[in-house]
Design a protein around this ligand. Sequence first.
Ligand code: NDP
Length: 491
Amino acid sequence: MAIASRKPAELATGAAFEYAPAPEAIDHVKIAGRYDLFIGGKFVRAHSKVRFATVNPATEEVLAEVVEADEVDVDRAVSAAAGAFRSWSALSPARRARYIFRLSRIIQERARELAVVETMDGGKPIKESRDVDVPLAAAHFFYYAGWADKLEWAFPNRRVLPLGVAGQVIPWNFPLLMLAWKIAPALAAGNTVVLKPAETTPLTAMLFADICQQAELPPGVVNIITGAGGTGALVTGHPSVRKVAFTGSTEVGKLIQRQVAGTGKRLTLELGGKAANIVFDDAPLDQAVEGIVNGIYFNQGHVCCAGSRLLVQESIMGPLLEKLKRRLGTLRLGDPLDKNTDIGAINSRQQLEKIEGLVASGVAEGAEIYQPECRLPDRGFWFRPTLFTAVAQSHRIAREEIFGPVLAVLTFRTPDEAVEKANNTPYGLSAGVWTDKGSRILWMAERMRAGVVWANTYNRFDPSSPFGGYKESGFGREGGLQGLLPYVELS
Ligand code: NDP
């Protein structure tokens, strides 16, 4: 419907526009039917004969088959990384930087292809993979390339040594970006890498392997092996791995922590979250509504730092909720490859079932559910943007990480109560504060146990800014100068 033909009343209520389809072209993308493992600079036939399919969650079509790497494969990959470590760590830092700059530049050059494959393999809207995931991944390599020949300034008066082989396991919510967060600082500091992407989203990692070849990165510096959780455990448990970096669930993070205990391996864990997004009565409400929507519906809520608990000062609950519900009605759910889509597909059937289970528990425990009218596609995995009111802090939807487009709305009266409720969680990854008063932002930020506190914005990322959690959200920081620390030995 063209805006000119709308009645004023429709405009005033914010009824959704109708958009003509605007699908991103996919004819420039080549996805191979099968992928081998990337070891020692080459795609090599695996020892394991087990393969599994990766599907497009928006259509349930099989995109490709990848290997479930076994112990022999993992050992080969770690040996290749260990073999490459000596020369890579001895390379002049400026030359190391050049390779990493090259990776960044090729990611930029192949941005469209990477964005399309990310969206097809993971279900996220193309406008997010195109405007967030891929540019940030390139920026990450660019940023750490800059550090590679400045380590002595990063850590003045210290001798800086790399650790050796880093074993890195990443999740499915930001596949290429998490790869960049892991690989870029490791290489900049002179380490070599074995990385395992998540089972449901291996394809951009396979494209990255191709990018390593295109960049003529020395063989063995980056090795990428596919597989499920068992393969991940083989990587993190391999005796020649000196440093383990993991992003994923708190449950698996705890398993890995037990596995590496006593081995002398360095460990960073970036785990789950249940962030509070706190709106005070003096906040600019329209801006806050955009921040709330971005906080929980971005990437279908598959975000560890998602603002999944909305804490609203009681006096503005009515008007804020009205604006928020109206905004939810304008979100467009559907084909992730369509440039107008706001909410794409849920990453996997398994994740969809988890979301459905937790939402059912919210209803059963007495919270009030709100979902805007919207048609779900016939095939694929989908979940409507959802919000719950009448939520008690004891409800599962207020305590557990849902990792879906589901918001739990709670209220508070005083700043102290807001802090108390925000911190009432085993997690501590992120938080948001919306208020007109700068002093209150600082007061809140000092008191919240959260690694990142955003003020009057949400989900802002920059490679120069460290990111990581407290409590069950993990430890160690990624990004910034702090993100180099886990990859170096200082003496
Ligand atoms: P996992 O923690 O299982 O997956 C993260 C990565 O770890 C994947 O590559 C996975 O492989 C791998 N892995 C699984 N088990 C092991 C192991 N024992 N040792 C080493 N690596 C392992 O998350 P799920 O994908 O199962 O998601 C479950 C829930 O976790 C979600 O619903 C969400 O709540 C939360 N989650 C949180 C994330 C965050 O960033 N905070 C990211 C992802 C999930 P594979 O993919 O093959 O299983």
